[in-house]
Design a protein around this ligand. Structure first.
Ligand code: ADP
Ligand code: MG
Length: 408
């Protein structure tokens, strides 16, 4: 790691210190505002526990949703404090303000080992403006800022980049928390120097959202497997009928040049699950890729494709997976994604490194029931895609460098 991490901060230096930690508690909410999944809280526990055990005074900052710089009761972080308390096994206080006298008082009243969750940073317009005066306020005088919010690291906001800059300007350190460190280790390091065979499985809705990832991975991989709706654009580029399937008409040329660039590395589905419409009651049929009819929609990769993808995955020593193979949310179209998930999981069981990234891919791995067997599941959607595409994340770039020791 080129950046300092919490490991560079021995516990004895933390006792009684105010430590400000940016976490990503931007959890999914259902229609009633109930939290659907607490994974993002669970994944920050190593960092929060480390600080509590060291006797620090831990101040947590996070955003939730897109309140547009205004207070919105439905997006308050208050319910998450109780949940974090249960997970942590020690008390977590909540303050209904992010800055101002109320928040300052709450921070000043903290004792060694206390954890305080402040209100949603995005209730304040300064957050997205990356306002440095406001960043100075949310610093609460700390000399140590910990960024553990991988899912927000692609944003240059006050609580991700600004605060790191002001802490370093004040002679302090801005370091990566354990979750952020783990994300960087898997999504950058494992891919920069992968154990071969290295196979990437890319799926999901659109080529346009993953073209940068495909281009960045292509030179490094031995095989590139493409499924999901984005495969349809490749089918169309080959001149095959795709009926009413989801296609990006303006990306047909992109698909064509990718096929040329990738050559033998690229493996496309050989068969698909087609139906008159994509619905849970749809009557489906398996068709070879060149036998889809007008009026049909492609909803998944077919069983022969699953076998050929699984063969490649079984031989792999490193796998990166981003994007489902079909509309896995609906039973008639789930088999392709689940089959690939199971193949990737059994390869992981045999000691290969399997990395999953992307919001819906994670949901798919969970739905397939193999989540515990995958080596690393990223907590960031866009952030993980940007990292896989070789881009620098502003929240990471702003952290303290670890250059003195001559490390890279
Ligand atoms: P991720 O969030 O993992 O990066 P995307 O957001 O790119 O993935 O795409 C996920 C969505 O793509 C899923 O909701 C899935 O239903 C949809 N999808 C996959 N294959 C198809 C298909 N053949 N037709 C329509 N939608 C599809
Ligand atoms: Mg998505």
């Amino acid at each position: 790691m080129a950046k300092k991490t919490l490991e560079d901060c021995p516990p004895e230096t933390l006792a009684n210190e105010v430590v400000v930690v940016r976490v990503d508690y931007n959890v999914p909410l259902d229609g009633d505002g109930e939290v659907v999944d607490h994974t993002r809280l669970v994944r920050t526990l190593p960092t929060v526990q480390y600080l509590v055990e060291a006797g620090a005074r831990t101040v947590l900052l996070s955003h939730l949703g897109r309140p547009n710089g205004r207070r919105d009761g439905a997006l308050s972080l208050r319910p998450l404090a109780g949940r974090l308390e249960k997970l942590l096994g020690s008390s977590v206080c909540f303050c209904p303000a992010t800055t101002g006298p109320l928040a300052r008082e709450a921070v000043q009243g903290m004792k060694s080992g206390d954890v305080l969750l402040l209100e949603n940073t995005r209730f304040c317009p300064e957050e997205r403006r990356n306002d440095l005066e406001w960043a100075e306020e949310i610093r609460y005088g700390t000399k140590l800022f910990v960024n553990d919010a991988f899912g927000a690291a692609h944003r240059a906001h006050a609580s991700t980049q600004g605060i790191a800059d002001v802490v370093r300007a004040a002679g302090g350190e801005a370091v990566a928390g354990f979750l952020l460190e783990q994300e960087l280790r898997f999504l950058c390091d494992a891919i920069a120097d992968p154990v071969h065979p290295f196979v990437a499985v890319i799926g999901g809705a659109k080529i346009s959202s993953k073209i940068d990832v495909i281009e960045a991975l292509l030179p490094a991989v031995d095989r590139l497997l493409i499924g999901g709706a984005m495969a349809n654009t490749f089918f169309k580029a080959r001149g095959w009928v795709v009926g009413d399937s989801l296609v990006e008409e303006d990306r047909i040329d992109t698909a064509r040049s990718l096929m040329e660039l990738a050559g033998d590395k690229l493996l496309l589905p050989v068969d698909v699950v087609a139906a008159p419409y994509i619905e849970s009651e749809a009557l489906t049929r398996v068709a070879a890729v060149d036998e889809v009819r007008e009026g049909e929609c492609i909803g998944d990769i077919g069983p022969r494709s699953v076998r050929s993808f699984a063969d490649e995955l079984e031989r792999a020593r490193t796998i990166v997976w981003s994007g489902p193979m079909g509309v896995f949310e609906l039973a008639p179209f789930e088999s392709g994604t689940f089959g690939v998930a199971r193949a990737a999981a059994s390869t992981a069981d045999r000691g290969a490194t399997v990395i999953g990234g992307g919001g819906d891919s994670v949901a798919a791995v969970v739905a397939a029931g193999v989540v515990g067997r995958i080596t690393h599941i990223s907590t960031g959607g866009s952030a993980s895609l940007q990292l896989l595409a070789g881009k620098t994340l502003p929240g990471v770039a702003a952290l303290s460098d670890r250059c003195q020791a001559g490390m890279t």
